[in-house]
Design a protein around this ligand. Structure first.
Ligand code: COS
Length: 396
């Protein structure tokens, strides 16, 4: 069977610039050559961050800053670069994609709202892979309803004291810092939330309770018991945390769509290879019209997801370039919803086509079947995206 190579023809679409084409081509060549043992997700995730950092790929998770001081490859956090990098990484290794994505999501709020001192202290080390980042928003009783969080920061001598717990925190236990969203005015709902940068070494921050999931990646609970933070740990405006979280998600939801797209493209690749070679009833699987119809449906689902994903990323980049920073919340939501849902269907069809092999632990489609599932939930479940799009349609 021919080695899996990420397709590149979509890079000819007008959404992309030369820099994106070069980037995707170089990464598509580089990733398959890497050998990381992924049997232990925590060890593997650290290894991927180190490797991606050393090789310069994490430089797309942060902006360049003045004279390149912040370590980024491009002037701005570029949504299209994030999308195509995630797509290519996820095609080969969903865990590599996870490691890459979390560096961006975990530091995104610092890029958007950090003081010059905070940006200088964290972003270059995120870009080099020397600091592992995490984003702590969800709680056991505040997932989709993020504004219902109860973790609380109260003023204390010289800063803040944090109490409460966060759940489902990606990179929990291996991160060097957590961008954490907590209530600073519990009576004010979403207008009473503030972001803080919490270093993993903060006394009485407990990240030891790991959560095991069907497609292993580092995930944990965070428990804060009178964790003391200096005033300088506040990120962005007091009570401005909810909007900051949503603005961060506006960027990264489109990149989740990119990851889903990469997994769907890989499933389609596997299905096509199998259909070409599998013999049955005196012909190959691909000779059956039933198979051709399925492959046709899969290809169209992939392309539909791709166009919505690239549109969301292009719109945001274009808004930034023109300096009008238009909100792309609904477009990002459409991309995330469509790409993750379509990918689940494409992967399921690819698995079905593989028959018994499809459910054998260790085959690529079996892994993808587990890998894709959480993408329909994290960073805003499909139902949240529907809500966001519906509200936007009513307001239009
Ligand atoms: N950019 C800027 N501001 C935004 C925004 C965005 N994308 N989305 C919402 N806001 C603002 C609103 O404009 C509103 O501002 P005002 O208080 O000035 O009116 C405020 O934030 C509250 O918005 P809204 O009323 O829509 O909040 P809701 O509590 O109804 O929540 C949803 C909206 C459900 C969309 C939100 O809670 C959400 O995205 N939940 C999912 C969270 C998530 O993705 N969790 C996963 C974490 S990472 S694994």
């Amino acid at each position: 069977m021919k080695p899996a190579t990420a397709p590149l023809t979509h890079l000819a679409l007008p959404f992309f610039d030369a820099v994106h084409r070069q980037l995707a081509t170089a990464l598509a060549e580089w990733v398959p050559q890497q050998q990381i043992d992924e049997s232990d997700d925590r060890i593997a995730c650290r290894a991927w961050v180190k490797l991606l950092g050393e090789q310069g790929w994490l430089r797309y998770c942060v902006p360049a800053g003045l004279n390149g001081a912040l370590g980024g490859a491009l002037d701005r956090l570029d949504s299209r670069a994030l999308v195509i990098l995630r797509e290519t990484l996820a095609f080969h290794s969903p865990l590599a994609d996870f490691a890459f994505a979390m560096q961006g999501l975990g530091s995104g709020a610092i890029t958007l709202a950090g003081s010059p001192e905070q940006q200088a202290a964290y972003l270059p080390l995120v870009a080099s892979g020397e600091k592992i980042a995490a984003f702590a928003l969800s709680e056991a009783d505040a997932g989709s309803d993020a504004g219902a969080m109860t973790t609380r920061a109260t003023p204390s001598a010289g800063g803040w004291s944090i109490n409460g717990s966060k759940s489902w925190i990606s990179n929990g236990g291996i991160a060097d810092f957590y961008v954490t969203f907590v209530k600073t005015d519990p009576a004010a709902g979403t207008r009473g939330i503030t972001a803080f940068i919490v270093d993993a070494s903060t006394p009485r921050l407990d990240s030891s309770e790991h959560i095991t999931v069907m497609s292993p990646h580092p995930l944990a609970m965070l428990k804060f018991t009178n964790c003391q933070l200096a005033a300088g740990a506040q990120l962005g405006a007091l009570h401005g945390g909810f909007k900051l979280a949503m603005q961060t998600l506006d960027i990264f939801r489109a990149s989740v769509a990119g990851a889903a797209l990469g997994m769907a493209r890989r499933a389609l690749f596997e299905a096509v290879q199998y259909a070409r070679t599998r013999k049955m009833f005196g012909q190959t699987l691909g000779d059956f019209q039933l198979t051709q119809a399925k492959l046709g449906e899969m290809a169209a689902l992939v392309d539909a997801a791709a166009l919505l994903t690239y549109r969301a990323a292009w719109l945001r980049d274009e808004g930034e370039r023109l300096g009008n920073s238009v909100r792309v919340t609904a477009e990002a939501a459409m991309a995330k919803m469509t790409a993750t849902e379509n990918a689940q269907r494409v992967i399921d069809m690819a698995l079905q086509m593989h028959g018994g092999l499809g459910v054998m632990v260790g085959t690529k489609v079996e892994g993808l079947y587990r890998d894709i599932r959480s993408l329909r939930i994290y960073e805003g479940a499909t139902e949240v995206q529907q809500l966001i799009i519906g509200k936007a349609v009513l307001q239009s």
